[in-house]
Design a protein around this ligand. Structure first.
Ligand code: SF4
Length: 305
């Protein structure tokens, strides 16, 4: 194992912070992707849209959906004036479509409570529909330049390896991760916001889940995981969410059919989407309960009005 002085000082991560900041900012300046939501002209609402879309969907799939969404609803007021069904339809195939409902509900809440201006304070953001700790910190930091630790999957993985020498981050966010991330933040708020983006980019481009590119990593010489020989994850097995044959897949097919139709569909039109009638009915009931579709008085199935 490398000598302690050549790896990350676990007992005092902030001692290494200035070096990390310089290295990562330099790397980011040369290698970062030009993503539209990072441009200085991006509105807080557009940052919010991007963050909600990126929560569970890869960048490549988000890019066209983000552009189309903002063409259609360039301001939070435009989205608030639409129906929730319009939002679900425009969400298209991004997956986890309840995000569309929550984003729409958030737009209405922003108009009602904040006069159409996405709030900048964490407490105001956290009470918006579907806005959790990560999204609130991301909007406050990236849209308003506030100093917050922004801990998405990529950042948590980078810090787990770099600081703690572990292959993966814990299944759920721990207080210690927050403390470490906060400890490493640059003092100046704008620099702290830039640091969050740079860490994310390192996790997305180099320190990936399955193939970390350590040989070209700007912080490889201080990385504890690398110095320890990159030990494999040794914890309990992590459950992968199945997809084929699940109610989730069935829901996706049903919703895609309803979304593709100009008018509400007769219920029988959904029979061909999924052969198992019991599972189909259960999935449909779930979509109704979630507010993603409605059963009209004549029995037809449509998007919410
Ligand atoms: Fe990740 Fe490898 Fe860089 Fe460590 S050296 S932060 S494991 S890419």
């Amino acid at each position: 194992m490398a000598a302690e002085s050549t790896t990350f000082p676990l007992s005092a991560p902030s001692a290494a912070a200035p070096v990390l900041h310089d290295r990562l900012f330099d790397w980011y300046d040369r290698h970062a992707r030009d993503l539209p939501w990072r441009r200085p002209s991006t509105s807080p609402y557009a940052v919010l849209v991007s963050e909600v879309m990126l929560q569970q969907t890869p960048v490549a799939r988000v890019l066209p959906a983000y552009a189309a969404w903002l063409r259609r609803w360039p301001t939070v007021g435009d989205l608030a004036a639409a129906t929730s069904g319009d939002a679900v339809r425009a969400w298209g195939g991004l997956g986890y479509p309840r995000r569309a409902l929550r984003l729409h509900a958030t737009a209405r809440a922003v108009v009602a409570r904040h006069g159409g201006r996405v709030p900048s304070g964490i407490d105001d953001l956290l009470v918006l529909p579907g806005v959790g700790e990560y999204t609130a910190a991301a909007v406050a930091s990236f849209a308003y330049g506030r100093r917050h630790a922004v801990l998405d999957t990529n950042v948590r993985r980078v810090l787990a390896r770099l600081v703690r020498g572990e292959a993966v981050a814990p299944p759920t966010l721990r207080a210690g991760e927050r403390a470490t991330a906060t400890d490493l933040l640059p003092r100046e708020p704008a620099a702290a916001a830039a640091w969050g983006v740079a860490l994310m980019e390192l996790g997305a481009l180099l320190c990936t889940a399955t193939g970390p590119a350590c040989t070209v990593c700007p912080v490889a010489d201080v990385c504890r995981w690398r110095a320890a020989g990159m030990p494999a994850y040794a914890g309990p097995p992590r459950r992968r969410q199945p997809w084929h044959g699940t109610d989730r897949q069935c829901r996706g097919r049903l919703l895609a059919s309803v979304r593709a139709a100009d008018e509400p569909l007769p219920r029988s039109a959904l029979d061909a989407t999924w052969p198992d009638v019991v599972q189909r009915e259960r999935a449909l009931a779930g979509l109704v309960a979630d507010g993603l579709v409605e059963i009209r008085p004549d029995g037809a199935v449509g998007l919410p009005g």
